[in-house]
Design a protein around this ligand. Sequence first.
Ligand code: UD1
Length: 359
Amino acid sequence: MARPKLLIAASGTGGHLFPALAVAKALPDYDIHWLGVPDRLETQLVPGIYPLHQVPLQGFQGRNPIAQLRPLGQLLGAIQKTRTLIRQEGIQGVFTTGGYIAAPGILAARSLGCPTLLHESNALPGKVTRALAPWCSQVAVGMAEAVQHLDKKTGRTIAVTGTPVRPEFLGPQALDLAIPEDSPLIVVMGGSQGAVALNQKVREAIPHWLETGAWVVHLTGTNDPDAHSLSHPHYVVLPFYDNMAGLLQRADLAISRAGASALTELTLTGTPGLLIPYPYAAENHQRHNGDVLVKAGAAEMISQGDLTGDRLQKLILDWLGNPTKLKAMAHQARSLAVPDSTEQLATLVRQLIPPTHPN
Ligand SMILES: CC(=O)N[C@H]1[C@@H](OP(=O)(O)OP(=O)(O)OC[C@H]2O[C@@H](n3ccc(=O)[nH]c3=O)[C@H](O)[C@@H]2O)O[C@H](CO)[C@@H](O)[C@@H]1O
């Protein structure tokens, strides 16, 4: 049986790349090529596993038509390059997790009659997803709340699959940090790129938590100039940490941005979350994501503008003193989990691009 050839278009952030990598791993019998952009996270995560093809691409910003000419030119160039790639490599279909890179992937595939699968992880689908969903063979979403924004546009059934995570989240993981088993553990995390503004507010509160005997693991991202301004034996500061599954499984609670992948992970690990959505995210989509967990009783949410060190400090101390509340939140978080999301999407890929039998 010939190995089917799949192009995965996923770029930029962990929120786009980790779900795509999880699906790719579930398709070991496929020849996978990757479409990305120079200088983004995919250049660290993809080479050595899949051939990475890069097209320069940036988003359309502002309303000035002259300023749009450059991104428009780049998009047309990227579509042309992707068409050439599809033809030269004999690609049979495209899977994308949305964002700008989805545009050349979907449009080039569609122009050549190849099937496309688009997965959108956010509760409020991004602009590219809303614009291009009608051109896709199948659209899947991470959260049911996204369906209302897409089903009328596509006129087709939208699959609600949850969002794939790294496979480690699906089983218990040991934590390679020396944190005593009976100490409360608070995890602070931004998105895959960190969150400097959030870090500043949290640092005001951390000493109060440490005084009670709690431990804090703070994932600061790589851009925080004050990352090491605080030190304490129970305070672990890391720019980025890979074993998120082990960390969130062990944590009593997490203070987090509200990116779709982070929230999906909190549901799988049953970790109560205090969510502070990134206020400049496109169309405030992180707030929509956070609403889903808040409505279910799995998390609480505070706007960055309303967050003070003092308020944060008191709120978390109150949570730590209320194990019944934390247990209930953990239970509600788990009730939202979709552990077979990766398999569901891999199945959709297999349906759209089935292994071909030699004649
Ligand atoms: C700022 C912004 O617009 N971010 C968006 C971006 O994802 P972004 O990558 O910012 O955020 P997500 O929460 O979706 O993903 C973060 C990922 O990074 C991982 N992580 C983080 C820190 C760390 O030290 N180690 C680690 O592995 C998390 O476990 C998670 O898997 O795309 C997502 C999917 O469209 C959106 O929902 C987010 O709103």
